[in-house]
Design a protein around this ligand. Structure first.
Ligand code: NCD
Length: 308
């Protein structure tokens, strides 16, 4: 039995296979529409979500399976003090696979150690968000054709943004990628990403504060939301929240084929006037998240061989 806790749980070859499967599902959805018949996905979300939870549910429904779950800690027995390990033990007898989001770093990992079914980390605190990374990789590969030879700018809350941590973790295994880390000083990437991931992999990177100074050299701009829920006080959040606003003027400084990605939800960091720019790829990215999650469910349930 296999779980997904970090994008590093899959080798580059396995990621390629997963993305190939997602592409086949995207091109031929009917072939996969009953492959998970009789299977159930449990979505155990102890923290808010729209895209991740609903795209997991849509993915399982598209595969002919069914879904059950809860969407907040308050509506589960966590509110009564139940441990994650007890919850997953019980859910293992109700479902075939589980996607779990939790505000505490490592909670899905604890769950996986007590689980009888595959557990997918759907975001743990400010730590990792591997299925967003699968979505990001699949979007970049689909729209650019390859995951190597590019300059990527990651902009915003690089300290608390788990999608950024997971994406860097995954990307350092691909050749010839330059990283431009764009953040205010207080929201720089944690040292475990800077030192243990980027420096350890010998990946070229620089840290800058002004988006305008970097945008012209980027092939991908990955914008992120300032993670209000992870701040210790509201004042700091208010000071930081509108630090970056990508608007039409800034887009004029960018390459004609630069892609703008964002895991969403967006608050103010991308002005709505950018949505109609052909380089804005964040809604396509959210759509692609369903196909890659379909591929992931099929793979973790070991059903790749049953496609006719
Ligand atoms: C992200 C998350 O939950 O970390 N959202 C998502 O899953 N698409 C990003 C965010 O909340 O800012």
């Amino acid at each position: 039995m296999r779980h997904l806790m970090s994008p590093m749980d899959f080798s580059v070859e396995e990621l390629d296979k997963l993305m190939d499967l997602a592409a086949d599902i995207e091109a031929n959805p009917d072939r996969y529409s009953s492959i998970c018949q009789g299977k159930k996905l449990a979505t155990c979300f102890y923290e808010p979500s729209t895209r991740t939870r609903l795209s997991f549910e849509a993915a399982m429904l598209n595969l002919g399976g069914s879904v059950l779950g809860f969407s907040s800690a308050d509506s589960s027995s966590a509110a009564k003090g139940e441990s994650v390990s007890d919850t997953i033990r019980v859910i293992s007898s109700y479902a075939d696979i589980c996607a779990m989001r939790h505000p505490k770093e490592g909670a899905p990992l604890v769950a996986s150690n007590h689980s009888g079914i595959p557990v997918i980390n759907a975001g743990d605190g400010g730590h990792q968000h591997p299925t967003q990374t699968l979505t990001d990789l699949y979007t970049i590969r689909s729209l650019r054709g390859s995951l190597s030879n590019l300059t990527i700018g990651l902009c915003g809350d690089l300290k608390f943004g788990r999608t950024v941590h997971s994406l860097i973790n995954a990307l350092v295994r691909y050749p010839n990628i330059n990283y431009v880390l764009i953040s205010p000083d207080e929201l720089r990437v944690p040292s475990y990403i800077r030192d243990d991931t980027l420096k350890a992999a010998g990946a070229p990177f620089k840290e800058v504060e002004r988006l305008e100074d970097a945008i012209g050299e980027l092939d991908i701009l990955y914008m992120t939301r300032v993670q209000r829920e992870r701040f210790f006080n509201e004042e700091d959040y208010l000071r930081m929240k509108d630090f970056y606003v990508l608007n039409k003027d800034k887009m004029e400084l960018a390459k004609d084929d630069m892609l703008v990605l964002h895991p969403l939800p967006r608050v103010n960091e991308i002005s709505v006037e950018v949505d109609s720019d052909p380089r804005a790829a964040y809604f396509t990215q959210a759509k692609k998240g369903v196909y890659i999650r379909m591929a992931l469910i099929v793979t973790l349930l070991g059903l790749e061989g049953s496609i006719c």
